[in-house]
Design a protein around this ligand. Structure first.
Ligand SMILES: Nc1ncnc2c1ncn2[C@@H]1O[C@H](COP(=O)(O)OP(=O)(O)OP(=O)(O)O)[C@@H](O)[C@H]1O
Ligand SMILES: [Mg+2]
Length: 266
């Protein structure tokens, strides 16, 4: 059925083909294929050390893949520097938030907007400024979206770790991306904060027309919100499909979900 959907005839926004990342003798990512289409919300799950972050590092140019291909809009970016990936509209957060602690919260956002302003013309995705979604136009509108208006004039080092995670998302949004990679943005948050984070992620995808790829250990929350989930185990992709299908996959239950689901129910 879904093959008949017209959008599926477009080339994916981003495609990883047989991507492998080795660190010496260790294969952290092992021949992973994955395609991300415009407007998709995709989750990535898997046990500790499964290669999730390394996969993100590869698809954002932070770590060079040992082999395989990385295509943005069909253009081969393999071996290119992170700024080329950013120029194609790929933005990410880091598992350990990276904000400029000495700078004000607002200045952290302004830094990202400066980057968006310097993007070469062929990579300005929204066309004219007036077509940019209102939520991404100014530091204030971005602060409103992530809910940090009250903290705008504090140094980033002075806000809580959960707020720093929101700020990092804001910095990534300020680059006006098309694909946003979120690495465990709900880690260390309370149950209520996790649910708010999930709502924010949904809103970003719905209102900003973003492709969002979301790594999270809070599996039950993640599965409730994504349309598709990729499961990594020991560097390999062992499943890729709708959550309802993936949770019934025996290999996934064996490798990961059995334990996680037990913990979620405990
Ligand atoms: N820079 C590096 N040098 C050497 N080994 C690395 C490096 N980065 C990651 N690894 C190893 O690669 C494997 C995959 O790590 P990765 O951080 O991608 O896993 P992960 O799925 O993100 O795990 P977690 O859920 O704990 O964040 C691990 O065995 C890790 O120790
Ligand atoms: Mg990780």
């Amino acid at each position: 059925m879904s093959e008949l959907h017209p959008e599926n005839h477009l080339p994916p926004l981003f495609e990883a083909i047989e991507v492998t990342v080795r660190f010496g003798g260790l294969t952290a990512v092992d021949g992973v294929d994955a395609a991300f289409r415009s407007g998709e919300l995709v989750g990535i799950i898997g046990p500790n050390g499964a290669g999730k972050t390394t996969f993100f590092n590869a698809i954002s140019g932070v770590t060079r893949a040992t082999s395989g291909k990385l295509l943005a809009d069909g253009q081969d970016l393999s071996g290119k520097s992170p700024h080329r990936y950013a120029a194609h509209g790929i933005a990410r957060t880091f598992q350990t938030p990276r904000v400029f602690g000495d700078m004000l919260v607002r200045e952290n956002i302004e830094f990202g907007l400066k980057f968006a302003g310097r993007r070469p013309k062929q990579w300005v995705f929204w066309g004219e400024e007036k077509q940019v979604p209102w939520a991404l136009r100014t530091p204030d509108s971005i602060l409103a979206l992530i809910g940090l208006q009250a903290q705008a004039d504090l140094p980033a080092a002075a806000i809580t770790p959960s707020q720093q995670r929101l700020l990092e998302i804001g910095m990534a949004l300020a680059t006006r991306p098309r694909m946003l990679l979120l690495d465990e943005v709900a880690a260390g948050l309370t149950e209520a904060e996790i649910e708010n984070m999930a709502q924010l992620i949904r809103r970003m995808r719905d209102e900003l027309d973003l492709t969002v790829v979301w790594i999270e250990h809070a599996v039950t929350t993640l599965l409730r919100h994504v349309e598709r989930v990729i499961v990594l185990h020991q560097g390999r992709k062992i499943a890729d499909g709708p959550p309802a299908e993936v949770v019934r996959n025996p290999e996934v239950i064996e490798a990961y979900l059995g334990d996680e689901m037990d913990e979620a129910h405990a």
